[in-house]
Design a protein around this ligand. Structure first.
Ligand SMILES: Cc1cc2nc3c(=O)[nH]c(=O)nc-3n(C[C@H](O)[C@H](O)[C@H](O)COP(=O)(O)O)c2cc1C
Length: 403
């Protein structure tokens, strides 16, 4: 079979790699592509778990046909109706009209909303704990609402201990070669996994925690997510990552400095803070111009590091327009457990620093570690001293945490 990979003897990965789509959800860049994972179980009954995004359904349909090897399809399990997994569902329903569509009571209104002509007589509603008997494989289901849609659920194969985990434990990045954790260098995937988590599931940390607790009692030999690499050698590792990301616990000592600047004064201030952090012995300092770097990468590093320093010039009595959306997303995702430094630039009555302070006040979990610094135009010697103080206080706090 071409381009089809065995997960176990009769369980196949038939996903599609997409290196063509520019942006996920039409806003996050995909420099390493993305994989839409789909699985087929060939047993006394045949069963498909999820499909793929529009645009790659051609290859997917070929693979599905090849994996079925002339057999009809009995079940299509819909773990998630987001179009990156249900895009090809209509094609599959048309090609295999006998297949029963398996989902929960929140799944089917979404199917009808996306595909008005879906055949309701084929809808097969399951609830948590029900068993779908394929013969050798007995599948069961657990609801994981808002990880990251209301209808999200996972499917667990009680026979071979495979968790088809939906978007939980997923990642950006197309699968290049090996598809299992022990076949690839995880370092190549880790940043893309964090970027996926923080930007897509990041708002739903509590729901991810609930899901981890709920699934904690299962014996899991394989995790087969709907994006990215599959896990079989070190299942605990991916659960550990999603555990601290969902608790918003930073994983490394370091600082993200992100700023917005039209004419370079705020940028100068950012560089002064970064230089002092280096002098203070902080090795991981990431400086981002919010106008240039896509915010999904900045958010991923904010998830990684404990220190965050935000700067903005003043723009029409507010935060600079290229910084504001970042603050909006972090506020929407209720960022916490971070040390925060604030700086900015102005010329008449300010707005940048004031806006960042309002953002910080709106969130409970950010500890402002020094007085905000607001310079007027070209920073003065006194301004630089105050900026260095932010860096020094940040370094002190991070070093205290080492103990
Ligand atoms: C379109 C525009 C709007 C501005 N709005 C404000 C403002 O509301 N309040 C203020 O104090 N300065 C305002 N300024 C002045 C800039 O904030 C100031 O020149 C600052 O030094 C710019 O920092 P930068 O060099 O990092 O871009 C504005 C400047 C421009 C070009």
């Amino acid at each position: 079979m071409h381009n089809i990979v065995n997960v176990t003897d009769k369980v196949y990965w038939i996903g599609a790699n997409d290196r063509k789509t520019e942006r996920f959800e039409n806003y996050m860049p995909l420099p390493m592509g993305v994989a839409y994972n789909s699985y087929v179980l060939v047993d006394e009954k045949t069963c498909l778990i999820d499909t793929v995004e529009f645009g790659v359904e051609g290859l997917f349909m070929e693979k599905l046909e090849e994996a079925l090897d002339g057999r009809d399809l009995d079940y299509i399990i819909v773990n998630h109706m987001e179009p990156d997994h249900s895009g090809a569902l209509r094609d599959v329903m048309k090609k295999y009209p006998n297949a029963q569509i398996v989902g929960n009571n929140k799944t089917f209104p979404m199917i009808k909303a996306f595909f008005h002509d879906a055949d309701e007589s084929k809808f097969f509603v399951i609830k948590e704990g029900d068993i779908l008997d394929l013969g050798h494989h007995k599948l069961t289901f657990a609801m994981v609402p808002m990880v990251h849609w209301p209808e999200s659920m996972v499917t667990y194969d009680t026979t071979e201990k495979i968790l088809f985990s939906n978007d939980a434990f997923g990642s950006f990045g197309a699968l290049n070669g090996g598809i299992f954790d022990d076949e690839v260098n995880f370092d190549h995937y880790e940043d893309e996994m964090r970027r996926y988590y923080s930007n897509i599931v990041g708002k739903y940390g509590m729901q991810v925690q609930n899901a981890i607790k709920k699934l904690g009692g299962l014996e899991i030999k394989y995790i087969c997510p709907s994006h990215g690499i599959l896990w079989r050698s070190d299942v605990a590792k991916v659960i550990r990552h999603f555990d601290y990301w969902s608790r918003l616990e930073p994983e490394a000592e370091g600082v993200v400095i992100v700023y917005g600047s039209m004419y370079g004064n705020t940028a100068k201030m950012a560089n002064a803070i970064a230089t002092e952090l280096g002098k203070q012995g902080i090795k991981e300092v990431k400086v981002y111009d919010a106008s240039k770097t896509d915010h999904s990468f900045i958010i991923s590093d904010i998830w990684k590091y404990k220190g965050l320093i935000i700067g903005s010039c003043s723009h029409n009595n507010a935060v600079y327009p290229k910084v504001q959306p970042l603050l909006h997303k972090l506020q929407n995702y209720t960022l916490k457990n971070r040390y925060l430094g604030i700086f900015g630039n102005m010329m008449w009555s300010g707005g940048g620093v004031r806006g960042i302070e309002a953002f910080s006040d709106a969130l409970n979990g950010l500890e402002v570690i020094a007085d905000p610094v607001e310079a007027k135009g070209n920073p003065t010697k006194e301004d630089y001293e105050k900026l260095e103080l932010i860096a020094q206080r940040m370094a002190e706090k991070l070093k205290e945490d080492r103990a």
